[in-house]
Design a binder for this molecule. Structure first.
Ligand code: F6P
Length: 438
């Protein structure tokens, strides 16, 4: 997200689509002992400000009431749906991410126990399961009891979109009132077309997204779930590379991490593990000569060098490819293998040992850590509150620690990138000591 995205946003961009008027008393009050103070209902007229600096707010030259602000996440006193009659459904899509099972579990328990929903269905293997005529699985509290301790998703996942009309037919056939879509930007775009198709047919089906991606490239929110677990696991690989490099003679550790267009995993893992000399991310170009000169200098000064490269970094140094994956993402050249061979050749006669580590899928197939486990549970609860209120074509997330509801169209209009002028990138530069450009 760029500053210009922040500046351009208007009140209209933040409006959430509603299925209709809310007339049903929430059962949450009863669940929590009928004490008025026990449920923190969201004040409908209140909003969560987009701006977090006085300067930004003042620069809009608007009355306070007209400042752009998000619809707040959280429980409503009145609902659109009567929970006792609701059939909800869940689908998990795209690449794996730590915490998928935590989200499934929390959705099922919150829907069934807090709201008293009739049924929760799980469609298998991403959008494919909504289009191939296969039967969904019935998600009971018993079935999901232990799943949060495991990585992956019990529902299975796949990449790629499906025909929205076919998917809506499936929802109608199973009498689904609300669909929770757990996925990244491509998945959320699919959710938006699905919601549009339901709206076109006049069907009151709520479609609510839960933002998942280890790349952390979904804008407007603090982070997507699974990101913290992924970079914590990635940091272990960097530490291993550092141990290897610093124990050898002219040891070089090279670690390739995921991060297609956004270098957040590489940046954060660098800050966790420390000991990195060069962090290479898609957002900041570098030259091979500059990197080789930097490595030579590190070997001369400290006897070892550690390089962390995000998979999307340095793509301009590799032959361009037009091939795409089923999600429509351009297939990337292998920057890790490229750097390994270029460093090996480029150091000439200098004796050195290079250790190359690519933890790849290992960083995203692990169970959620404590932080992500809490976040997943709270996201699932926020998503349930939103769907019950009859909001649709929206996604939940936390922004500066507060839960908000955002239109999917806004969330997918831009991507979150490491801003080379941001304090996070400055922190990386200060930690590695690498030049700003090389
Ligand atoms: O989008 C998340 C992600 O893990 C990226 O970091 C990575 O490029 C991609 O998915 C790999 O996906 P696949 O499972 O299709 O190989």
């Amino acid at each position: 997200m760029r500053l210009s995205d922040l500046q351009a946003i208007t009140h209209e961009d933040l409006l959430i689509t509603r299925l209709g008027t809310r007339t049903v008393e929430t059962p949450l009050q009863e669940l929590l002992g009928n004490r008025q103070e026990s449920v923190h209902y969201v004040t409908e007229t209140d909003r969560v400000l987009v701006d977090d600096t006085l300067g930004m707010a003042k620069s809009r030259a608007l009355e306070a009431a007209d400042l752009p602000a998000f619809n707040p996440g959280g429980p409503r006193a009145k609902l659109f749906f009567d929970p006792s009659e609701v059939t909800a459904a869940i689908v998990t899509c795209g690449g794996l991410c730590p915490g998928l099972n935590n989200v499934i579990r929390a959705l099922v328990l919150h829907l069934r126990h807090a709201y008293g929903c009739r049924d929760v269905l799980g469609f298998r293997n991403g959008y494919q399961g909504l289009a191939d005529g296969s039967d969904p699985v019935r998600l009971t509290p018993d079935l999901v009891r232990e799943i949060h301790t495991r990585g992956g998703t019990i529902l299975g996942t796949s990449r790629g979109s499906q025909d929205p009309a076919t998917m809506v037919d499936t929802l109608v056939a199973h009498k689904v009132d609300m669909l929770f879509v757990v996925g990244g930007d491509g998945t959320l775009r699919g959710a938006s077309t699905l919601a549009d198709e339901a709206a076109r047919r006049g069907l009151p089906i709520a479609v609510v997204g839960v933002p998942k991606t280890i790349d952390n490239d979904i804008p407007w929110i603090d982070h997507s779930f699974g990101f913290q677990t992924a970079y914590a696991r990635a940091a272990e690989s960097i530490t291993a590379a550092h141990v290897e490099a610093s124990s050898g003679v002219n040891g070089i550790g090279l670690v390739k991490l995921m991060g297609r267009h956004s270098g957040f995993i590489a940046a954060h893992a660098t800050l966790v593990a420390q000991g990195v000399d060069f962090t290479l991310i898609p957002e900041v170009p570098f030259t091979l000569d500059g990197l080789l000169a930097g490595i030579r200098k590190k070997l001369a000064d400290q006897g070892h060098a550690v390089v962390v490269v995000a998979e999307g970094a340095g793509q301009d140094l590799l032959p361009a490819s037009t091939a795409t994956d089923p999600s429509g993402n351009r297939k990337l050249g292998d920057i890790g293998a490229f750097l390994r061979s270029e460093i090996t050749e480029g150091l000439g006669d200098l004796p050195f040992s290079l250790r190359y580590i690519d933890p790849g899928y290992a960083i995203r197939s692990v169970p959620a850590n404590a932080f992500d486990a809490v976040y997943c549970t709270r996201l699932a609860q926020a998503a349930t509150h939103a769907a019950m209120a009859g909001f649709t074509s929206m996604m939940v997330g936390s922004r500066r620690g507060r839960f908000i509801n955002l239109p999917i169209k806004l969330a997918t209009a831009t991507s979150n990138h490491v801003d080379p002028h941001s304090d996070i990138w400055m922190a990386v530069l200060e930690t590695t000591g690498q030049p700003v450009t090389f």
